[in-house]
Write a protein that binds this ligand. Sequence first.
Ligand code: GMT
Length: 379
Amino acid sequence: MTSERTLRIGIACYPSVGGSGILATGLGEELARRGHEVHFISYERPFRLPENTPRLHFHPVVINEYQLFRYPDYTLPLSVRMADVSRDHGLDVLHVHYAVPHATAAILARAMLPPAQRPRVVTTLHGTDTTLLGSDPGYGPAIHHALTCSDAVTVVSDFLKRETRRLLGFNGPLEVIHNFFAPRPPRRSREEVRRELGLQDEVVLLHSSNLRPLKRIDLLLGTVARVRSPVPFKLVILAGGSFAPFADEARRLGLTDRLIVREKVNDIEDYLQIADAGLFTSDTESFCLSILEAMCFGCPSVARHVGGIPEVVETGVSGILVPPDDADALTGAVERLLEDPVHRTALGEAARQRARDHFSPAAIVPQYEALYRRVCGGG
Ligand code: GMT
């Protein structure tokens, strides 16, 4: 903690399994650890947010479902809660993660307050808020408006900065602050987790995601099905959603005995610690927090050279990136990692080092603190 005044910071995010919520939760925790007062505002307690932690508070948004409305509205109750928390706790900054609907609600909340009680609004774009919703004519103009009205806008990669300019036509200042991950100590030993998964001497290939279409689970399963290697291995999927829609395809590809699926895992570190290599097949990622989570445990990943992933992984050094449309290259890279444990360990150690040097709380959180102080007029 520095000798500078500590800040009162509101954080709005999605509470469920998802990269932007994980990042926002980790940031709040780190800010509280550094002496700031942090107030989370969301419809549910973010799933990784610890209870009973000094300076860390949670304010639920209550949504009444009126028969009158065909679609329940979240933006207005969220904005009212943001305004209440800002006023009651004298927030300096309202930091909103994922533009829709958080940035719009924050701008409205600020406008509802008298000038002396208005917090500064910082918006962090995470990915699909630009790349998907940004080009949707039903959302784009509202997102553009909220960005224009924010006191600062950050993006999680250079890639996302370029896409935000291109897709949203937003010409205001955009600051790149990469994601970070602060792993918690695993709750169980490696042996316990391997036993739970029924593993003997297999190498563990890990995939973790929300399984949405852009994660390309078809390509993930197809890649694993094509692997020809004498090395025994299992694909462990940590699914942020239901795997049921993919079960038939997995069976058709003969992967039933290869595959271990765990849905909605809270203690992700338990599984990360036993991962030998990661496999990520997304069509695009603005950053890919899942790859970083694996890197923190010395696990190198194979992924497609898309979006912001090359900012996270230096190919051939801390992981392997392959041309986006080369399915054979994905399989080849997996086979190489399976069969060459020395290379795998070298990549994994470089990945762990890179995560520590570039994407740790120590490297990233001071960038957010400096930004908050700047928008608050503190230099
Ligand atoms: O779009 C998603 O996959 C979910 C989204 C989220 O909010 O969880 O992920 C985005 O934000 C993450 C955290 O900044 C990034 O690591 C992901 O790459 C990004 N997803 C995409 O850009 C597709």
